[in-house]
Design a protein around this ligand. Sequence first.
Ligand code: GCU
Length: 430
Amino acid sequence: MQFTQLLAGGLILAASLSAFAQRPNTTNYDESKVGNLPLPDPLTCADGSKVTDAKTWQTKRRAEVFGLFQTHVYGRSPAKPANLVFEVTKTEPKALGGTATRKEIAIYLTGKKDGPRLDLLVFVPNGVKGPVPAFLGCNFNGNHAVHADPTITLNPRWMRNSQDKQGVVNNRATEASRGSEASRWQVEMVIAKGYALATYYYGDVEPDHAEGWKDGLRAAMSKGGASTQFAPDAWGAIGAWAWGLSRGLDYLEKDKAIDAKKVAVIGHSRLGKTSLWAGASDERFGMVISNNSGEGGASISRRDFGETIAVLNKNFPHWFCGNYKQYTGHPENLPVDMHELAALAAPRPLYIASAQEDTWADPKGEFLAGKLAEPVYALFGKKGTGVAEWPAVNQPVGESIGYHVRSGKHDVTAYDWEQYLRFADKHFKR
Ligand code: GCU
């Protein structure tokens, strides 16, 4: 099978395998017990030949690796619809005390006004010679949660009930949820640095629960609607959310204030898995940022540390494609691992961030995905993380592959944004 061809001659270690088998229901946080499963080699083609130049990566191997992620992890997403409709529904030229122009854009995803729609919130800095680079990412709690500005439209759709007082009652946002996610977006900081910020609520595309697809884009775009039986390699929710990010970029390409070649796709946690997949799927994104994306995102799946594929499949069966279920308890059979997802960003700048206390996400595994993507960046003459070892806490590193492990918990903080802005300044050369 494909997997053995990808192993670059490695054999699966029986001892490591049994470590996995013995621990199906507990979480390992002991580095000495992560196992030693050999990783697939991004530079060995399916036919066994080696990739030694950028051209072979781009014309041959990249498509193989991408295809494996489609088939086994995130599923296949449909192409861009021909009849996408954008409608600017609100414009405030003097937002944020006059420092930014704020727009809301309805994107009708199947072209029909009564069909699925996502609402993009865009802040563009005023008084900056444009077009400007931008960050684009999904938010968890609605556009109104990204900033406390009371004129941002309150999202009317289903959302997860708040565990931490986010003002969501009976699965609907209330006025109390305004700005509840503001610390994760740092809008003022981004605007002050001369960048635009664009975001949409991921639940516009698909409500985040196992049956959510029936009320979302995946049903709307399937012939069978809410009765669809998905093929085992059809898109899951992450695929749908990532697809929505590409539609956001479709809009940004049409907005003259934005330099659409300099759009960084960004996301936190499950939405960091989403930004990695969006960046892999859509090479128009000029930069890819993963914040604490964890298992099924940047973390190496073959490391038994923190969350596992088994836990993902059990708790979030709708996120990945049907085929991903086969790898419950068997990461060693997955024909790819997440350093290859990181490599799909190449040669574009990639930033992976971890948090020290976010052990569930396996911070070291997140670092290793970036580190082990370096051979692919090297094909393009690009230096990756620039370090041999996992860096110390609060010591950002990296050339084309940025990385830091921040002190503190699973979150997006001002510190994280400072690093992303510095990285963007370096690569978007302004
Ligand atoms: C859970 C899940 C993670 C995910 C996180 C989040 O913790 O297990 O995989 O990244 O939620 O999205 O906040």
